[in-house]
Write a protein that binds this ligand. Structure first.
Ligand code: C5P
Length: 397
């Protein structure tokens, strides 16, 4: 799984820097595309030439004067994952506080890739309250720690603070790259359905499909296998299998069939509740007088999924205006596992917008309100929430 992955290794100034050379060699052997950056103090322990020889790439160590105008942002954007090994107390402190006074700390600050830190320092430094605080802050910021182990340290000391072995760092990296929804098969619906009146007209709604597409993309980024059943006119998100549909009927047929193959269904689509009972074969003409369009109910897709004997984890959406009371009632009565209630009347929320204000409601009616966020961020958080729910389920058996 490391083959072809772009891994940036930051080496900072501890004696364990010599082990970083072995880590980098193992990454290269596993087929990863590896680049190395070093602090100046790291170069007191190992020379950049060692890493250059192993990776076949130049080693970056300076913020200024390098060939690139902005080496930190370039490396930060290039990396799919960043490993800091060894991570000294100094680098941990800088990363915890968002300092960026050298290439390694600036790159940590600039990257959106996952960062794995392998601390290495003397026991007193590791156990110091300042380091404890910094580690807690980093973990709260979503950085991952691997180690330290307990064992022999520089200068003949022993105790906790020793960098973990390269193989353990590789294992932690594999976990990190997997993503929280790795191995999860997810079906997402998106867009508003179109219910034909005649060959040229339809009854539609204001849904843009942006929320569902953002969920599909976030799920792919979290490692899920994603099928997107869409009635929206948006460019397909990369990595998802897209099934295009138009009507509630078509969406229902696809979703119910595919639901057998997935672990989670997220019904973000705005599915029509009614459709014309008769679809005219030819265009209705003004000259024929004002038509009366009789409506009938569309199939309730979520209800069909709830009724399945072996059903996936079900997420419904509820577009509300103002209060969430109706959404809470529906969340309890519908039998879905999670309802994402969306106040479409709130400022910056709802159809077509790039932001959304939602609340999560579980099947007991317990509500968790989220602030106004971009749809991309709502999608990311929803995927994390789903990963947590699925893990809880799996733990319960
Ligand atoms: O009851 P309400 O219309 O608020 O439910 C909305 C949820 O039900 C959405 O998740 C939507 O995708 C789903 N739905 C459905 N089948 C329908 C209508 C809505 O699955 N016919």
């Amino acid at each position: 799984m490391l083959s072809g992955r772009r891994i940036l290794v930051g080496v900072t100034g501890g004696v364990a820097a010599y082990k970083a050379a072995y880590l980098v060699r193992r990454l290269v052997e596993r087929g990863a595309d590896v680049r190395v950056m070093m602090t100046r103090s790291a170069q007191q322990f190992v020379g950049p030439q060692t890493f250059a020889a192993i990776t076949g790439q130049g080693v970056a160590s300076e913020l200024f004067g390098a060939a690139s105008v902005s080496p930190h942002t370039e490396l930060a954007r290039w990396a799919e994952a960043v490993i800091i090994a060894p991570a000294t107390a100094n680098t941990l402190a800088k990363a915890a506080h968002g300092l960026s006074s050298d290439l390694v700390s600036a790159t940590i600050l600039a990257t959106t890739a996952p960062v794995l830190l392998a601390p290495a320092m003397h026991t007193e430094m590791w156990e110091n309250a300042a380091t404890r605080r910094n580690v807690a802050v980093l973990q709260g910021d979503g950085r991952t720690m691997v180690g330290p182990a307990s064992g022999s340290l520089a200068g003949g000391d022993t105790g906790p603070g020793r960098m973990v072995e390269p193989e353990e760092i590789l294992q932690a990296l594999e976990l990190l790259l997997k993503g929280p929804l790795s191995g999860v098969r997810m079906l997402v619906t998106a867009g508003g359905t179109r219910e034909p009146i005649d060959p040229v007209r339809f009854i539609g709604n204001r849904s843009s499909g942006k929320m569902g597409f953002a969920i599909a993309s976030a799920a792919v980024a979290s490692g899920a296998d994603v099928i997107l059943v869409s009635s929206a006119d948006l460019p397909p998100p990369s990595g998802a299998r897209v099934v295009e549909v138009e009507t509630a009927e078509e969406m229902g047929q696809s979703v119910v069939k595919l639901a057998q193959e997935v672990d989670v269904v997220v019904m973000a689509a705005a599915v029509a509740d009614f459709r014309p009972a008769v679809i005219e074969e030819t265009k209705l003409r003004r000259t024929d007088g004002i038509p009366e369009i009789r409506l009938e109910a569309t199939p309730d897709i979520l209800a069909s999924l709830v009724a399945l004997e072996k059903r996936p984890y079900l997420v419904g959406f509820a577009a509300e205006t103002g209060s969430y009371d109706t959404a809470i009632q529906k969340a309890i009565s519908k039998g879905v596992d999670l309802t994402v209630a969306n106040d479409v009347a709130a400022e910056g929320s709802g159809f077509g917008s790039d932001t959304n204000q939602v609340a999560l409601i579980d099947s007991q009616g317990t509500i968790e309100r989220w602030p106004l966020l971009t749809k991309v961020e709502v999608a990311r958080r929803l995927c994390d929430h789903l990963a947590g729910q699925l893990n809880e389920r799996a733990a319960k058996g």
